[in-house]
Design a protein around this ligand. Structure first.
Ligand code: FES
Length: 223
């Protein structure tokens, strides 16, 4: 099992949100340093720590192809792990591997296997799907597993949580309180690219409201 444990105390909750974010997109690079309110947790975000965002290219997290863009040919019904890669404030490429919440699990299933509650509009041809790979229970990285039927599923090694990647990574066993968050993706220039933020709150954000607030703020900056 591969663990991507890169905990950073700066990502824990504090009194203010202090975002230092060099975000890249087609519109260019934006930097932000702002205080968003005492009622919110603090996430000190740098380009390396920012969650996946629209326009990020997904690159292999491990193996011979580590750092190279993920292509359709690399994918199967077994998990392929990837980091999002954006740009820093100077426009230089930066792999966002500074926060374990950003690690992704990507699959390609035969036509017709992906079903609701997977958001099929956020997949490539209803076959390629990406999820956050950090368990919604206590944040461990989730790995390949096998159901009694022999079908591939996702298993969390920490407390035996199980997810069904063909059905929106819904919880099918163990204590996780919520599905793994789906990341909308497309193929562009032969590479897998994020088209938005996680569709639901990833581990580490204390509420849906906080996650929504964060994504809205970044969208404002990119618009
Ligand atoms: S951290 Fe995954 S089941 Fe507990």
């Amino acid at each position: 099992m591969t663990r991507y444990k890169r905990e950073d105390p700066e990502l824990t909750r504090r009194k203010f949100i202090n975002v230092a974010l060099g975000a890249s997109a087609a519109v260019g690079t934006v930097s932000l340093l702002s205080t968003l309110g005492g009622a919110n947790p603090v996430f000190r975000l740098t380009p390396k720590k920012a969650p996946p965002m629209p326009g990020d290219v997904l690159v292999h997290a491990a193996g011979e192809k580590a750092g190279q863009p993920v292509t359709e040919a690399d994918l199967s019904d077994q998990v392929t792990r990837a980091w999002p890669m954006g740009k820093d404030a100077t426009g230089a490429p930066v792999i966002r591997d500074g926060d374990p919440t950003s690690i992704l699990a990507i699959f390609k299933f035969p036509e017709g296997e992906l079903k609701a509650p997977t958001n099929l509009d956020a997949t490539v041809n209803g076959q390629i799907v990406a999820y956050g790979d950090r368990c919604t229970h206590a944040g461990c990285n989730v790995d390949n597993g096998t159901a009694p039927s022999g079908k591939s599923i996702m298993n969390c090694p920490c407390h035996s949580g199980q997810y069904e990647p063909r059905e929106g990574c819904k919880v099918i066993g163990g204590p996780p309180p919520a599905p793994l968050p789906q990341l909308p993706v497309k193929i562009e220039g032969g590479q897998l690219v994020a088209t938005g933020f996680f569709l639901t709150r990833p581990f580490g954000y204390p509420s849906d409201e906080e996650w929504q607030h964060y994504t809205e703020k970044v969208k404002e900056l990119l618009s």
